[in-house]
Design a protein around this ligand. Structure first.
Ligand code: DAH
Length: 340
């Protein structure tokens, strides 16, 4: 009997040691300690022994069984640790491992143009300011000398929110706001969205972007405006870009000028883009109308200034050869990814 117990104990230990996973160990456990397990059967076999030997044999079997069960428990704990170590190893991430190429976003062409312009004007001492897109009639029109019967105030051209509140139709109202708030010298630019009741087509959109500039000081002259805008054109379109001033009319400037740029497509020779003239329209500008200065609380006998307004879509389209304005608003990745 003793030998039998000893043999079983050693066999069971070996089985525990050879189990490589908790599941294998569990199988072995059932095999030795289950209802029909070897230790159980051995205990049952006590009935066949002479009664006098039973207690001692029973005690031996129970001791061996308890001791072997402890062995199994230890083995279970070991396997658990091993399993955990394996799991940790398999889940380890090598943070130094190079990853595949990542798709980077890119700046929108309008943002690129705007950043360039802001850089340029800030470099010349201008400060950027912001104005609201929902604007009072007073700033959008009245203080800019746009009388009540002016056609641009028509609901066909301007989005009205209420009788005296509009979606700003240009960035010029920021001029009025700044002049009312500050004393000269004033040197600001302001960019943002503007709104007009236009149908969408290749050159129109009900929402687009403008950049406004305003410079007011003593003895500011038309030549200052011309010099500033010429630097601007060369910066945007290259050193051989030239500008010309064409007489024009804006209620808030006097005199007013539209500024043309040598056609970037043909360099002035005449082509389809410039309709054979060699020039394309770039922006509106002029000397701030003394009436506007006075309405905004600036003494026009002491101060003068110039102002200009640029459509950013137009600048971006010219610069990048985009022939349809809608492409700038559609968010097509095939277009946008070209501006890395
Ligand atoms: N606000 C004008 C427009 O939207 C552009 C403009 C022209 C702005 C002349 C100015 C300016 O500041 O002086 O068409």
């Amino acid at each position: 009997m003793r030998e039998q117990i000893e043999k079983l104990r050693q066999e069971a230990r070996r089985a525990a040691d050879e189990a490589n996973t908790p599941a294998e160990l569990e199988n072995a456990r059932v095999h030795y300690f289950g209802k029909k397990g070897s230790f159980t059967l051995l205990l049952r076999g006590l009935g066949q022994m002479p009664p006098a030997e039973r207690p001692q044999a029973g005690q031996r079997i129970n001791e061996a069984r308890a001791e072997t069960e402890l062995w199994f428990d230890r083995r279970a704990a070991d396997l658990k640790i091993q399993e955990r170590a394996l799991k940790l190893k398999s889940e380890t991430i090598d943070v130094t491992e190079p990853r595949g190429a990542r798709k980077l976003g890119s700046l929108h062409p309008i943002s690129i143009v705007l950043n360039d312009l802001v850089d340029l004007f800030v470099g010349m001492g201008y400060e950027t300011v912001e104005g609201p897109e929902i604007e009072y009639d007073r700033y959008n029109f009245e203080l800019l000398n746009q009388p009540k019967n002016h056609p641009a105030r028509d609901a066909q051209d301007t989005f009205y929110i209420e009788d005296n509140i509009v979606l700003r139709s240009h960035t010029s109202p920021v001029q009025a706001r700044v002049m009312l708030e500050r004393k000269p010298p004033i040197r600001i630019i302001s960019a943002g969205r503007v709104y007009r009741a236009d149908e969408v087509d290749a050159t129109h959109s009900p929402v687009f972007h403008q950049l406004e500039g305003l410079y007011i000081d003593k003895r500011v002259r038309m030549s200052d405006l011309k010099g500033t805008l010429d630097i601007f054109a060369k910066r945007l379109y290259g050193a051989d870009a030239a500008t010309r001033f064409r007489p024009s009319f804006f209620p808030f400037t006097e005199p007013s000028a539209e500024v043309d740029l040598t056609c970037p497509a043909c360099k002035g020779g005449g082509c389809r883009v410039c309709k054979g003239t060699g020039w394309i329209e770039l922006l509106g500008s002029g000397m701030v109308n003394p009436k506007v200065l006075e309405m905004c609380g600036i003494d026009s006998s002491v101060y003068s200034g110039f102002a200009f307004g640029i459509g950013l879509e137009r600048v971006a389209m010219r610069r990048y050869g985009v022939s349809d304005m809608r492409w700038l608003f559609e968010g097509d990745a095939r277009l946008l990814s070209q501006f890395r």
